[in-house]
Design a protein around this ligand. Structure first.
Ligand code: PLP
Length: 411
């Protein structure tokens, strides 16, 4: 039989959130093991469900949703997106500034494919949500990572970012609040990034899908409101804040002075036209999502379920000798650091695989988020308190045994 291989364009692509360690977890499950899964930020399986208003809007409109919509999306939903951003200080936008899509995931792919030539570079955070790096590579461009500084609450390191700007740099990606670190960026840092973009003529992609998933009274400011003069493509959706990940509904907003990027915007428009439209039932969820904040506010208030779980995860991690974790201000994840020498971690994929095999808990290794050293992992704090405590106790016992084994080898 003739051998047919995957495209070599995939050689540079890494998406370990659903990679080989997950495959191993599937095999273990098939052989009867029960795996505690703290690997994917999907709220529904953990009992966080989309509010009734959203479901009702979709059901009531289902009969109207059997045809394609305008490729930019339904008028009413786009109007709701415009009003949402206007209410948060973004100026100079209208209906034609908004596209609706099948998740932010789709937009990440579209904006990269419309932009990149082989020598073009995009600045992407390390650690990142790895679809950004994967899409830049798949689109034929070069992802270049700037470091986020764990010692500064995981804010982007502006000096590192500036150092990595070259004549080939086209854009900067921001993920704020951040997956996997849970950071909410300081306004001064955001203004610094705006200044770099302004000085070097760069587009900013602001992935703000967690903009409403915030703890401790923290407030998120859209990057587009802080940088009204530069071309910004903001992205948001209902997957996280409205617990509606399966509805695949998201938006993209184009703002700022776009006089220099009209050809690029034509490219985006072309790709949006080529996929015809976003799934229409999902578009009917958007207006209600933007109008209904109760479910996420309830979960993230002091004493709310997500806050309690974040606190538990954070404190149990910091109680393990050799582990430290910056407290997440938003999103659904802790990104703890492990003392690699103490636990003899050389390859973090192996480390996470060993933990899975031994303790039946599934995490994602830090290098899966393009973090350059094998000393972090991402833990999703969506599971209930008992499951989280169980998983983190298993982690503590796994690490303690690993430390003893390391110490013995050293003697
Ligand atoms: N951006 C970030 C930072 C994410 O964490 C995720 C999903 O986890 C996405 C984008 C994809 O979101 P969507 O469900 O809208 O495709």
């Amino acid at each position: 039989m003739r051998t047919i291989a995957k495209s070599s364009r995939l050689d540079q692509v890494c998406y370990d959130i659903r990679g080989p360690v997950l495959e191993e977890a599937r095999r273990l499950e098939e052989s009867g093991a029960r795996i505690l899964k703290l690997n994917i930020g999907n709220p529904a399986p953990f009992g966080f469900h989309a509010p009734d208003d959203i479901v009702r809007d979709m059901i009531e409109n289902l009969r109207e949703a059997d045809g394609y919509s305008d490729s930019r999306g339904l008028h009413s939903a786009r109007r709701a997106v415009v009003e949402y951003y206007q209410g948060r200080g973004v100026e100079g936008i209208g209906l034609s500034s908004v596209y609706l899509g099948n998740g932010v995931s789709e937009f990440i792919s579209i904006v990269m494919h419309a932009l990149l030539e082989p020598s073009d570079e995009v600045l992407i955070p390390a650690p990142d949500y790895p679809l950004w790096t994967a899409s830049a590579a798949l689109a034929g461009g070069k992802p270049v990572h700037y470091i986020c500084d764990e010692g500064a609450d995981w804010n982007p390191d502006l000096a590192d970012m500036e150092k990595k700007i070259s004549p080939n740099t086209k854009a900067i990606v921001l993920i704020n609040p951040n997956n996997p670190t849970g950071a909410l960026y300081d306004t001064q840092v955001l203004l610094g990034i705006a200044e770099l973009a302004r000085r070097h003529g760069l587009i900013v992609f602001a992935d703000e899908i967690y903009d409403r998933v915030l703890f401790d009274g923290n407030v998120h400011r859209p990057f587009a409101a802080l940088a009204p003069d530069i071309p910004v493509i903001s992205m948001g959706g209902i997957s996280k804040a409205s617990f509606g990940a399966g509805y695949r509904a998201a938006w993209m907003l184009i703002s700022g002075d776009c006089s220099g990027i009209s050809s690029y915007l034509e490219g985006i428009d072309m790709l949006c036209n080529m996929r015809l439209c976003a799934n229409v039932p999902g578009q009917y969820a958007i207006q209600a999502s933007l109008g209904t904040q109760e479910c996420i506010e309830e979960a993230t208030r002091p004493g709310g379920r997500l806050t309690v779980q974040r606190d538990l995860c954070h404190s149990l991690l910091n109680a393990i000798p050799g582990v430290s974790c910056v407290k997440p201000k938003g999103a659904l994840y802790c990104f703890p650091r492990f003392d690699a020498a103490r636990f003899s971690i050389v390859d973090d994929k192996e480390f996470i695989r060993d933990f899975l095999r031994e303790k039946k808990v599934l995490l994602v290794q830090g290098t899966g988020f393009n973090w350059p050293r094998p000393d972090h992992a991402r833990i999703v704090f969506l599971p209930d308190r008992d499951s989280l405590a169980d998983a983190l106790n298993r982690l503590a016992s796994f690490l303690s045994a690993r430390e003893s084994a390391t110490a013995q080898k050293g003697t």
